[in-house]
Design a protein around this ligand. Structure first.
Ligand code: 4NP
Length: 596
C-alpha cells in the first residue's frame, strides 16, 4: 500500500476527520411488521430508521435526536424511545413512532426526568420505565395520553421485559454495591418481589417467556445463563439444541432473549469479540462485535449489526436454515481513509499488582515505530473497548496516532470478578492498569511519546493520570471529566448519587478527596486540553471551572473548550466534531513531534 502523505494543513486534517465522523453508526433495535428497526447517525443526527430486508428500502423515522430506544416488539408497529427535552441536561420524555410510516408522537406528558431503563409492552402498547429526579428513583408506566408511578424504588433498577401484567427487571435491590438482584412487579396486584439465587451474587437483565425468567448470573462463579420459573420457583440452565454456544464458552452474554417459540438466543462474548447464537447454534456472522440480535417471526432469519475496530458497522441478515449471511446495509470505509487505519490486535498488559489487563491496540500506518501514541481510556467505568468500530479511537488513528485502549479493572466483558474490582477503589487499581498500558506502549517499541485521552470516566482518569503520574505523559485531553467527587455528589440526581455510592462502596468522604483530580492539580505538568459540554448533568461543568482556575494560577499550558448547548452524550455528527477536532488539533501541537 502506498502511504498517504501526512495531513499537514488544518483544512486537510478537518477533511480527514469529517470523512471519519460522517461514517454512520448502525445498531439494530428489533424486527417488527416485516421491518428491521435500527438506530443510526446517517444524515447527521442519532435517529430511528427502519429497513425492509426484501427490498432494502430504508426509511428515516425520526428527525430530532433520540436518547434510548426500547427493543422493538414484534406485536407492535410502534417503537418506543426517549428524547432529551432540556438541551442536553438529560431530562427525557417518552415517545413512540410507527415503523412503517414514521409518524412520531409524544406517548404521555410525563414531567421531564432522567429515564434510564425502558421496556415496551407491544401487546398493550404501554411503556414501563425507571426514571430519576433530584430526589428519588421510581418505576413508571406510560400509555397513550397517561402515566402512573408504579412504585418508589430508590435504587438503581431497570425493567427489562414485560409479559401480560408481569414486569421483570434487575437492580441493586439489597443496597450491596457488589450484588444485583432480579425483580418482578405485577401491575395488576402491585406485588413487587425480589429474587436472587444466592445472596451477594450479580444477576442481570431478565427476559420473560411463559412465566420464566432468562437471566445472566455469577452465582456459581463465572457468568452463565439461567432460567427461573416464577410460579414453581425452579431454577435451571436453559436447554440448547446446538453445541456451538458451549464450545464458544462465552465469558459474558452481552444480550440474550427468547425466540417467539420459546428457545434461547444469546450474543456471547469473549476477549472483546462477540458471536450470536440461537438455540445453541452459531448464527453466521463476519467476526468482530455483534450488537442486538433481532429474529424474524418464524425465527428463520436473524438481523444484527456488526463491526470491528477497523471496519465500520453494517447491518446483516443471516439465514438460520442455510447457514449463510449477507450484508443488508453496507458501510464501506471512505476512499480518503483507506490506508489510514493500520492493524488492530488484542494484548494483555501486566499491571503493578500482576493483574493482566486486556487491551486493544490500533496502529496508525503513518505514526512510525516508535511513534506518537495515545492511551485511550473508555468511559463507564462499567463498559469496555471491544473489537468494534469507535469514532473516538479512529479519529486518533486516522490523524496519525497509535492507540492503546486498556480494559482496566472494572471493565465489562471479562466476568464479574474483574468488573467488581474497581468498587471501593475508583482511580486506584484502574489507574495502575492505564499506566501499565502506557508502559507497554514504550516497552514494546510501539510508542515514542505517549498522550492520554478519555471521555467521561475516561476524562476523570485522564485528569487523575496527569496529576498522579505526571512523568508519563506528553499531553492529555479530558472530555466531560470528573475532577471532584464530593462536589459531583452534591450536584448529582438520585441516580448518580447511587452510582457514586456504588463506585466508592458507600459514602466515603476521605477516599472521595484522595481520588479527586483536583487534589493533584498542582502536580500537572503536561499540556492539557479540556473539553466539556455546557449542559452536562452527569459530569457537570461547574467543578471543572474551578480546576481551570487552578491550572491558570500554576501556569500550566492548557486549552478549555466549553461546548455550548451540548449535554453529556453526543447526539449529532456535529457534536462529535466538536469533541474530536479540538482533540486532534491539540495533540498535533503537543504530542506529535515537529515534522521536518
Ligand atoms: P460515563 O460517565 O463514563 O459516561 O458513564 C460517568 C458519569 C458520572 C459518573 C461516572 C461516570 N459518576 O460516578 O457520577
Amino acid at each position: 500500500m502506498v502511504p498517504l502523505p501526512e495531513p499537514s494543513s488544518v483544512s486537510e486534517k478537518v477533511r480527514v476527520l469529517e470523512s471519519l465522523v460522517k461514517i454512520p453508526t448502525y445498531s439494530v433495535a428489533g424486527f417488527t411488521h416485516g421491518r428491521v428497526v435500527y438506530v443510526s447517525t446517517a444524515e447527521g443526527v442519532i435517529s430511528l430508521w427502519s429497513l425492509n430486508p426484501a427490498t432494502r428500502e430504508v426509511r428515516r423515522l425520526t428527525r430530532n435526536p433520540v436518547h434510548s430506544v426500547a427493543p422493538a416488539h414484534r406485536k407492535s408497529r410502534y417503537v418506543a424511545f426517549t428524547r432529551d427535552v432540556t438541551r442536553g441536561m438529560e431530562l427525557h420524555k417518552p415517545f413512540i413512532v410507527n415503523v412503517e410510516t414514521g409518524g412520531e408522537e409524544l406517548l404521555a406528558d410525563v414531567p421531564p426526568m432522567r429515564i434510564f431503563g425502558l421496556v415496551w409492552d407491544g401487546v398493550r402498547e404501554r411503556l414501563i420505565f425507571s426514571a430519576a429526579t433530584r430526589s428519588g428513583i421510581g418505576l413508571f408506566m406510560a400509555w397513550r395520553g397517561g402515566y402512573e408511578k408504579l412504585l418508589d424504588v430508590n435504587a438503581i433498577v431497570e425493567p427489562t421485559d414485560i409479559d401480560g401484567d408481569l414486569v421483570a427487571g434487575f437492580g441493586m435491590l439489597k443496597g450491596n454495591p457488589l450484588s444485583m438482584e432480579l425483580f418482578t412487579y405485577d401491575i395488576g396486584s402491585g406485588e413487587f418481589k425480589v429474587y436472587t439465587p444466592k445472596e451477594g451474587s450479580v444477576n442481570k437483565a431478565p427476559a420473560l417467556h411463559g412465566g420464566k425468567l432468562l437471566f445472566e448470573s455469577n452465582f456459581e462463579g463465572s457468568n452463565a445463563l439461567y432460567v427461573y420459573d416464577v410460579r414453581t420457583e425452579e431454577l435451571g440452565k436453559p436447554e440448547m439444541e446446538g453445541g456451538d454456544y458451549s464450545r464458544f464458552a462465552p465469558v459474558e452474554n452481552s444480550v440474550y432473549g427468547w425466540t417467539p417459540d420459546g428457545r434461547v438466543w444469546a450474543v456471547g462474548e469473549r476477549e472483546g469479540r462477540s458471536k450470536p447464537f440461537v438455540d445453541g447454534h452459531e448464527v453466521p456472522s463476519p467476526g468482530g462485535t455483534v450488537g442486538y440480535l433481532a429474529l424474524s417471526d418464524d425465527s428463520s432469519r436473524a438481523y444484527y449489526s456488526a463491526s470491528s475496530l477497523t471496519s465500520p458497522p453494517k447491518i446483516y441478515e443471516a439465514d438460520l436454515r442455510g447457514g449463510s449471511y449477507r450484508v443488508l446495509l453496507d458501510n464501506p470505509l471512505p476512499e480518503e481513509l483507506r490506508g489510514r487505519i493500520g492493524k488492530s490486535y488484542f494484548i494483555k498488559c501486566r499491571s503493578a499488582d500482576g493483574l493482566e489487563v486486556p487491551t486493544f491496540v490500533v496502529e496508525s500506518p503513518h505514526a512510525g515505530r516508535p511513534g506518537p501514541t495515545v492511551v485511550y481510556v473508555h468511559g463507564g467505568p462499567w463498559s469496555e473497548v471491544m473489537d468494534a468500530w469507535s469514532v473516538l479511537i479512529n479519529s486518533l488513528v486516522v490523524s496519525g496516532y497509535h492507540v492503546i485502549a486498556p480494559n482496566f479493572r472494572g471493565s465489562t466483558g471479562y466476568g464479574e470478578d474483574f468488573r467488581l474490582k474497581d468498587i471501593g477503589d475508583p482511580g486506584g487499581g484502574d489507574l495502575e492498569d492505564v499506566v501499565a498500558a502506557a508502559r507497554w506502549g514504550v516497552e514494546s517499541g510501539l510508542a515514542s511519546d505517549v498522550g492520554i485521552v478519555g471521555y467521561s470516566y475516561g476524562g476523570y482518569m485522564t485528569y487523575l493520570a496527569l496529576g498522579r503520574k505526571p512523568e508519563l505523559w506528553r499531553a492529555g485531553v479530558a472530555g466531560a471529566g470528573i475532577v471532584d467527587w464530593r462536589e459531583l455528589y452534591e450536584l448529582s440526581d438520585a441516580l448518580f448519587r447511587k452510582f457514586i455510592e456504588t463506585l466508592f462502596g458507600g459514602i466515603k468522604e476521605g477516599l472521595m478527596v484522595e481520588r479527586s483530580p483536583i487534589t493533584y492539580v498542582r502536580n500537572v505538568r503536561a499540556p492539557l486540553c479540556i473539553i466539556h459540554p455546557q449542559n452536562d448533568s452527569r459530569t457537570p461543568l461547574k467543578p471543572v471551572l474551578r480546576y481551570v482556575e487552578e491550572l491558570l494560577k500554576r501556569g500550566v499550558t492548557f486549552e478549555a473548550h466549553v461546548l455550548p448547548d451540548m449535554g453529556h452524550a453526543a447526539k449529532t455528527v456535529d457534536d462529535i466534531v466538536r469533541v474530536v477536532l479540538p482533540t486532534v488539533l491539540f495533540l498535533d501541537r503537543y504530542l506529535k513531534p515537529a515534522q521536518s
